[in-house]
Ligand binder design. Sequence first.
Ligand SMILES: *Cc1c(COP(=O)(O)O)cnc(C)c1O
Length: 405
Amino acid sequence: MNSKKIFRNYQDYVMPTYSTTPLVLARGKGINVWDDKGKKYLDFFPGWAVSGIWHCHPLVVSAIKKQADKLIHVSNNYYHEGQGKLAEEIIRHSFPGKVFFCNSGAEANEGAIKLARKFGNPARNEIITMERSFHGRTITTVTATGQKKFQKGFEPLPAGFVNIPFNDIDALKKAVTPKTVAIMMEPIQGEGGVNVADAKYLAKVRQLCDEKNILLIFDEVQSGMGRTGKIFSYQNLGVVPDVMTLAKSLGGGFPIGAFVASNKVADVLHAGTHGTTFGGSPLACAASLATFEAIKKEKMLKNATVMGAYLLKRLGELKKKHSVIREVRGVALMAGVELNIEGPTGPWSAPVDGKKIYEECLKRGLLINCTQGNVLRIMPPIIVKKKEINQAMQILDQVLAVHGK
Ligand SMILES: *Cc1c(COP(=O)(O)O)cnc(C)c1O
């Protein structure tokens, strides 16, 4: 099928909810994807961080093939080996507790919110979230999301959410009431522009939660699975949450989400209170177990730390050279480059002003992302090599030299 026909099919039959780039992707392997004409791209934003350990990692591919031959799906009223094994793997890498499996980040957050409400009700049901956060697109997670542009037109929004500035302990203390049951945040905001939580701030948040028996929920959907050099990003910041949500690269490209609750609240959602048909299927669990195995076997955490430091150093050099760069921030391979141009006010965060930079990189064979209109998001697979970073930096350097005015 030629690309014209593909675009036509989308135009005629697919809901126009995404701001798309006219690029048809046909194949992926490692850090590369190829379009339908055979042009190769270096992917420094693989599927919104979903393909975090490469496109089609061989261990993930073979695990999926093997499992698909055996058993694809069973209902959650029965046991299967993979789900328990994967739960153990996640707990071993995080904190003592239990896991619920679902299929996406929004569902993971929705579940965490239900858990918090069940824990606090009837006396407490208010959840505090952060400005510029992103927690998903369901009615409830879009309400938790601290960005009006995602909420507009979907009113009435559910009650029980309070939104405050990020990294501001005074604002948080002021917002806590006797009804507060949880504080929910991304340790590193992704969609909001790669904003990192301050470790001192987080320590105070943890203390406040302990004093008032408030649950601390970390949304690790984007920052988790090794991108920051630790398997979960909170492990760089010295604070352990009560609840953590996961998705994106948890399945190495295959859809799977999860939320983890510490032992204190692990049994709040007892039989009959929550569920999902597809969550934690044999196929999804096999893909995710293979992802953990690959991360360990190929020492990807170490690579993310070393290559992350290198990436941030190289971006820092670009900042010295190009005045259009206002700030470089992030942790390891979760990097943001804020440009000296104002963000958009439109209904969707697709590149508007930073779009030119994004498009010119694309023309030269480099895929990145631009969020909030002026923050380039650079999040290569966590097994990226130095040579590939050099290649990407060279392209970005050229683009900024011509278009960064
Ligand atoms: C992508 C994302 C979500 C939503 O995940 P979906 O799988 O798209 O529902 C939630 N939180 C964060 C931090 C995300 O980056």
